[in-house]
Design a protein around this ligand. Structure first.
Ligand code: PGA
Length: 249
C-alpha cells in the first residue's frame, strides 16, 4: 500500500516563539489516521523544531535548499546544512519558488540531484496556472514539469521522491480543485510515470494534492484512489485544523 502523507508547508510564517507554540499544540493533537505527518518551518527554526520533536513521529522538513554543497551563494542553505540539523526531506519546486525566485526546470534538476546525492527525500511540487487550465493545457504543463525535472533519474531514485500536484490557481486562494479534478490529474500523473518507469514504480509513488485543503474538504479529496495525501499551507498553521486534515484519512 502507498504511504499516506500530510505535510504542512508553513511558508514564511512563525518566528521562534510562534514555532514553539504551534509545535506544542501539534503535540497535543490526537492522531487517529495512518498518515505520516511532516511540518516545514522556516530555516531559522528548523533546529529548534527538530529538537522539540525528537521523540515524536512528526518529521521536520525544509521548504527549499540550494544545489551547491557550499560556497559563495549569499543567503542560501545547502543539503548538508539541512542534514546537520536533522532534516532529511526537502520540498522542491513549489510554485512560489518558481514564480518569485525564478526557479526553472534546469535549476530544479540540479536541486533534485543534490538532494538525492545526500540521500534526502524530496517532495517535488508542480502544477498548472489558471491560464493553462482555461486553455485545456494542464496535462501538457504537468507532464513537462515532471519529465524535465525528474525523468533523467534511475528508477531506484524514486524511492526518495514524493510528488505533489499543486494547481497554482488553488494555492492560498480558497479555491480548491474538485476531488474529481484532483483524481483525474493524479491518475494522469501516475500514467505518465508508468509510461517511463512501469506500473510497479508508478503504483508505489505517493502523490499529494495541495491547494486550499481545509478540514471541510480533506476527506472527500483524500477519498480519491490516486490521492495519497496533502501538502497544506494556510490550514497547517492551526494545530486543530492541521490534525483534522491528518485525520481525514
Ligand atoms: P494552501 O497552500 O493550502 O494555503 O493553498 C498550499 C501550498 O502552497 O503548499
Amino acid at each position: 500500500m502507498r504511504k499516506h502523507i500530510v505535510a504542512g508547508n508553513w511558508k514564511m510564517n512563525n518566528d521562534l516563539a510562534q514555532t514553539e507554540l504551534l509545535i506544542t499544540n501539534l503535540k497535543r493533537q490526537n492522531k487517529t489516521s495512518n498518515a505520516e505527518v511532516m511540518i516545514a518551518p522556516a530555516f531559522t527554526n528548523l533546529w529548534q523544531a527538530f529538537q522539540t520533536l525528537k521523540d515524536n513521529s512528526i518529521e521536520v522538513i525544509a521548504q527549499n535548499m540550494h544545489f551547491a554543497d557550499n560556497g559563495a551563494y549569499t543567503g542560501e542553505v545547502s543539503a548538508s546544512m539541512l542534514k546537520s540539523v536533522g532534516v532529511h526531506t526537502v520540498i522542491l519546486g513549489h510554485s512560489e519558488r518558481r514564480a518569485y525566485f525564478n526557479e526553472t526546470d534546469e535549476i530544479l534538476v540540479q536541486k533534485v540531484n543534490a538532494a538525492l546525492s545526500h540521500n534526502m527525500r524530496i517532495i517535488f511540487c508542480f502544477g498548472e496556472e489558471l491560464s493553462d487550465r482555461k486553455a485545456g493545457n494542464q496535462e501538457t504543463v504537468v507532464e513537462n514539469q515532471i519529465k524535465n525535472a525528474l525523468f533523467h533519474l534511475d528508477a531506484n531514485a524514486f524511492k526518495n521522491i514524493i510528488l505533489a500536484y499543486e494547481p497554482v490557481w488553488a494555492i492560498g486562494t480558497g479555491e480548491t480543485a474538485s476531488p474529481e479534478q484532483a483524481q483525474d490529474m493524479h491518475a494522469f500523473i501516475r500514467k505518465t510515470v508508468t509510461n517511463t518507469y512501469g506500473p510497479e514504480l508508478a503504483n508505489s509513488i505517493s502523490i499529494l494534492y495541495g491547494g486550499s485543503v481545509k478540514p471541510g474538504n480533506a476527506k472527500e479529496i483524500f477519498s480519491k484512489p490516486d490521492v495519497d495525501g496533502g501538502l497544506i499551507g494556510g490550514a497547517s498553521l492551526k494545530a486543530e485544523d492541521f490534525y483534522a486534515i491528518v485525520n481525514a484519512f
